[in-house]
Design a protein around this ligand. Structure first.
Ligand code: SF4
Length: 436
């Protein structure tokens, strides 16, 4: 019997990766094989990203390559939400769906490559098919966003917030842990808004009631005995509630909380909350409760109308806040974003100069903060082992976006091991350590 084979190309952010995992899981559950080459596939699904212009180009190129190599292509993901962009560039695609559309993708697959007769449901592990390494996994708790930040088009692509039932999230987390996952990375567009759309409805997990609310969910996840890391936490006041959980060791003392700017006028133009004095006071309080807390944030420089004084206010904020990890971007207009209509765009060379100044300052801060870790013992999770040693991460490092901890002479370690190391050296982003 010829088993239908589907090729899969997964682009984009962790949220898109989770969408890919859901589609791959359904494909395998229905008996399709996943093929690793274009030539060997009966059709190819391309999960795209459409966030910024470079991602749009990468996605359109990937679709073009799949069409050239295979010819039968279904497009899904964020770029798919702009269906006419895809169809104008590649009129031969079989179907186009938006993000978070597993059912629509499966319907298109069924139409163009009929479902195999005998579903091999028993071949699919309960945790589904995952694209991340076995020892860590992204856990998507909601889709969409109720905010309307003027630089962002995610709400127009993915819609308003839709929270997953808390019981479903917990069952998925438990299955991941049973399959060997040691670290759960909680993701969404807006993690702190979890449950707002369902009025924090109470669900059930293990026969016990559990509210669909970030603090309650985080505490329940923390009881599974693995690392739990919170990403994309919008700076709402109730974020304060998770800091004591971090101090008690129930959650990793790590908060990925995008502040985007420090100047009140620019924040208002961005339709973002907060003022820098309030944020600084909160950060001080958080660190009093949980001195280990690692803070990651992102910022946009060169937003339309940003004056030199307003940019310097951002630099002053960073000096004061002493954040551990910072991602910064020069503002670039995204098709359909409200911020495109704002006056006084900042010339690209000024944007780049401001970005370089911000990164230089943050590198100094990061270097100083990492130096403070020398001599301390830290628990790390091993990501890779080779002949030179192991590459691991501490609680302060999320995979792919933060730093690493290099350990020498430890070839006996395995990927996914959790071990203690004494930190012996540091640079701008990374640490070096010896096994205890
Ligand atoms: S909170 Fe995030 S996803 Fe929502 S509109 Fe703002 S930037 Fe976009």
């Amino acid at each position: 019997m010829n088993i239908a084979k589907v090729g899969f190309v997964s682009l984009g952010c962790p949220k898109a990766t989770v969408d890919s995992e859901h589609i791959l899981t359904r494909l395998r559950a229905e008996g399709y094989l996943i093929s690793s080459s274009y030539q060997d596939s009966d059709l190819v699904v391309v999960n795209t990203c459409g966030f910024i212009d470079s991602a749009v180009h990468e996605s359109l190129d990937a679709i073009g390559e799949a069409l050239a190599e295979n010819g039968r292509v279904i497009v899904t993901g964020c770029l798919g939400a702009k269906g006419d962009v895809v169809r104008q560039a590649h009129p031969r695609v079989l179907a186009v769906t938006g993000p978070h559309a597993t059912d629509d993708v499966m319907e298109a697959v069924h139409r163009h490559l009929p479902k195999p007769h005998d579903p091999y449901t028993d071949l699919v592990p309960p945790q589904g098919i995952r694209l991340t390494p076995r020892h860590y996994a992204y856990l998507k708790i909601s889709e969409g966003c109720n905010h309307r930040c003027t630089f962002c088009i995610i709400p127009s692509m993915r819609g308003d917030l839709v929270s997953r039932p808390v019981g479903d999230v917990m069952i998925e987390a438990e299955n991941l842990v049973k399959s060997g996952v040691k670290e759960l990375l909680v993701i969404s567009q807006d993690t702190s808004a979890y449950g707002v759309d369902v009025k924090y409805r109470t669900g059930f997990w293990g026969g016990r009631p559990l509210r669909a609310r970030m603090t309650e969910l985080a505490e329940a996840l923390g009881s599974l005995g693995v690392w739990v890391r919170l990403h994309y936490v919008y700076p709402y006041p109730h974020v304060d509630e998770v800091i004591p959980l971090m101090a008690e060791g129930k959650l990793l003392p790590y908060l990925d909380i995008p502040f985007q700017h420090a100047n009140q006028r620019i924040l208002k133009l961005m339709k973002r909350p907060g003022n820098s004095d309030g944020v600084l006071a909160r950060i001080r309080r958080w660190r009093e409760i949980c001195p280990e807390l690692t803070l990651r944030s992102t910022f946009i420089v060169g937003f339309p109308g940003e004056t030199e004084a307003e940019f310097e206010e951002l630099l002053a904020f960073l000096k004061e806040a002493q954040l551990d990890r910072v991602g910064a971007f020069a503002y670039s207009p995204v098709e359909g974003a409200l911020a495109n209509e704002l006056p006084d765009p900042i010339p690209p060379e000024v944007q780049q100069e401001r970005l370089a100044r911000l990164m230089l300052l943050q590198e100094e801060i990061s270097e100083e903060r990492l130096k403070l870790k020398i001599g301390k013992t830290m628990t790390v999770l091993v990501d890779e082992v080779d002949e030179e040693g192991a590459i691991a991460r501490s609680y302060a490092d999320a995979p792919e976006i933060d730093g690493q901890v290099y350990i020498s002479e430890c070839q006996h370690l395995k990927v996914g091991d959790r071990v203690d190391v004494v930190i012996t050296d540091s640079d701008t982003h990374d640490l070096w350590g010896d096994m205890v």
